[in-house]
Design a protein around this ligand. Structure first.
Ligand SMILES: [Ca+2]
Ligand SMILES: [Ca+2]
Length: 642
């Protein structure tokens, strides 16, 4: 081993001391003196993987305030609910009034379609009921809030008592989160000769047709979808596409989003991420996440899948995760359309999880506002329950499209847009699917195997799929059947021998030698067994994720370091990580004794019959705050054989 030269050693010591002093003084500095609360930066990292998201098209959910329905242009409001392209009256007061219904359903995070002020007009018979034609990113669509709640010019920051603010307060009171849907790529299409008029809190700042300061690209519609330059710079469905090279534009959009984060927004869903270069997103996320370190961000890369290299690169390098269209398409094929491959199509997607650094953070779904609802593909309510049980128990964060729990669907024109956005009519909390979602949402909160664990197939045919989710001694066994009743001879479960109860049906199952024998599955049946072990507890909880390490069976990964929690460099006492997939190891590591201290650590590979292989670097360093949770997202630095 090469010893560190004296000068370098003193440099390191000096740097450590300086870092400690800096961090110490910043943490202890009065909060009003600094923009970023460092204690916050080092402690708060939202863990979204145990959430259950519910996606609402605000206009189609519930009308809590008929006074705002006519908006600026009453022509765009349809009182009969027959004109699918017009507003039907749903608003934020309506969402507030249904929060208890949603909480009881097990929803923990609400994704609302964009709330910003929209262009008021018809474009091909459609008003901007979806919220994706934005006029002013600093103002709320007046159709969604109280009649006199939009402020006079440049006053949005000063206004904190609107229906929007009440919604946030009511959500937080129920321990629920708000996901704001944002669009950075474009503003609005040409409506009666007006295109891309953009406002900054009521003050006009840009206009596509009079674009003196180049806020927009002017290259026409995308014609070749294989050409990345076109996809970034050309228009999508005639929407004025922003020129991200203009730093005035970038400052405007970042300032607008920060304003909403300051008002209590917990997470962002980002539209059309494929249509802007990755450097823009890296800059955007760096700044947004510095502003609010515990914000969770996910993007829509339309029809991404793990074979599609640019979308995988985006998920791994942009600073945000993405909606999992690949899994969605597989589920719709296997369960919605009866595809011959069945569950194997779904397994094929999970088999490529190693391509993502954070497969467990992908946002999973079976339908949304841009595709026919699942039941328009297959009206069988039992099949819908199988599909929902799958996304709620497999890796990723499930997102339920509004109305699913009421079997809401309109099959006109195959259920395609706009018929996938019907008005909510039923609020029955006794439906079987409502009960499923409620129970499985609780399971996600309770059992870390479901929220952060590995996903391992145990039995598969086109009609039957059994898998185990596993994290340490926490586990969850799931059996799904898309076909008719059958009996399976034997399925390995990982569960301890004895009797276990299905979370959904309360049926009892007996495990012998780790196996379920003669497992009876009814038609479109779902079985979920759960076992929760001890969960790590400490003043500080570090969620350590290590990527790009290749292990062979029998090899395991540990974290070794200079503090008692990591074994004081005694590798036999290092903290073990859990295998998630062939690219990812993960553990929740509790720290108490070292809370508030600067620690150094590195990863190492334990190998049977050979010396451990340590990372080839001096060390990693982290200032542990005195309390809270934080994520490490590290990449293995290849070790050298000694
Ligand atoms: Ca209304
Ligand atoms: Ca663009």
């Amino acid at each position: 081993m090469v010893s560190t030269p004296p000068s370098q050693a003193s440099d390191i010591q000096h740097e450590l001391t300086r870092a400690e002093v800096e961090v110490d003084s910043l943490v202890k500095a009065p909060q009003q003196d600094i923009d970023i609360d460092l204690e916050f930066l080092y402690t708060r990292d939202i863990e979204f993987r145990q959430e259950t998201i519910y996606f609402i098209v605000v206009d189609r959910f519930f009308d809590g305030e008929p006074d705002n329905n006519s908006g600026a242009n009453s022509e765009l409001f349809d009182t009969t609910g027959q004109s699918w392209g017009k507003y039907w009256g749903g608003d934020l007061q309506g969402v507030i009034e249904k929060l208890d219904y949603l909480k009881n359903l097990g929803v923990t995070a609400l994704w609302l379609t964009p709330l910003f002020e929209q262009v008021e007009g018809l474009f091909v018979d459609n008003a901007a009921i979806h919220g994706y034609w934005i006029k002013d990113f600093k103002r709320i669509n007046p159709r969604f809030i109280g009649k006199d709640e939009n402020p006079s010019l440049n006053k949005t920051q000063e206004t904190r008592d609107t229906t929007f603010d009440r919604l946030i307060a009511e959500l937080h009171q129920r321990n629920m989160k708000l996901i704001l849907d944002i669009v950075c790529n474009h503003s609005s299409p040409d409506i009666s000769g007006v295109k891309g008029e953009l406002y900054d809190d009521g003050v006009k700042i840009a206009d596509f047709n009079d674009d003196k300061d180049y806020w927009y690209h002017h290259y026409g519609e995308v014609t070749n979808w294989e050409d990345e330059w076109q996809v970034h710079n050309c228009e999508l469905s005639g929407l004025a596409t922003f020129n991200e090279n203009n730093s005035n534009y970038r400052n405007y959009i970042k300032a607008a989003i920060k304003q909403w984060l300051d008002r209590g927004v917990d997470a962002l869903r980002v539209d059309t991420v494929k249509h802007m270069p990755i450097w823009f997103w890296q800059e955007f996320n760096a700044e947004i996440q510095n502003h609010k370190p515990d914000v969770f961000v996910f993007g829509e890369w339309i029809y991404n899948n793990p074979h599609d290299e640019p979308s995988v690169e985006f998920a791994n390098c942009s600073g945000m995760t993405i909606l999992d269209f690949g899994l969605c398409v597989a589920i719709r094929g296997a369960l919605g359309q009866g595809a011959e491959g069945g569950f194997q199509l779904i397994q094929d997607i999970f088999d490529l999880d190693y391509r993502y650094n954070g497969a467990t953070e992908l946002v999973t779904f079976i339908d949304n506002h841009d595709m026919p609802r699942f039941q328009s593909l297959n009206p069988d309510p039992e099949m819908l329950r199988v599909a929902i049980a799958l996304i709620m128990t497999s890796r990723g964060i499930p997102c339920i499209y509004y109305g699913t729990e009421q079997y809401l669907h309109d099959d006109t024109n195959g259920g395609n847009d706009p018929y996938n956005r019907p008005m909510m009519v039923n609020w029955d909390s006794d439906t079987e699917i409502y009960r499923y979602i409620r129970l499985l949402s609780g399971l996600r909160r309770l059992n870390p195997a479901v929220s952060v664990g590995s996903h391992q197939q145990r039995y598969i045919t086109s009609d039957v799929y059994c898998y185990v989710r596993r994290y340490g001694n926490c586990m969850c066994f799931v059996a799904l059947n898309r076909g008719e009743a059958l009996v399976i001879d034997a399925v390995p479960t990982d569960f301890p021998d004895g009797e276990h109860t299905c979370v959904l049906s309360r049926r009892k199952f007996t495990v012998e030698n780790g196996m379920l024998h003669n497992l009876e599955l009814g038609p479109r049946d779902t079985i979920v067994l759960s076992r929760v072990g001890e969960r790590a507890k400490g003043q500080v909880l570090v969620r350590a994720q290590l990527n790009s390490v290749r292990t062979q069976p029998g090899e395991t990964i540990v974290v070794t370091g200079d503090c008692p929690e990591l074994g004081n460099w005694d590798i036999a006492k290092a903290y073990p990580l859990e295998y998630i997939n062939s690219n990812t190891w993960f553990a929740e590591i509790p720290f108490s004794e070292s809370a508030g201290k600067l620690i150094t650590y590195k990863y190492a590979m334990w190998r049977e019959g050979r010396p451990p292989l340590r990372e080839n670097l001096v060390s990693r360093r982290w200032f542990l705050a005195s309390e809270g949770t934080v994520k490490w997202r590290d990449v293995w630095v290849s070790g050298r054989e000694s």
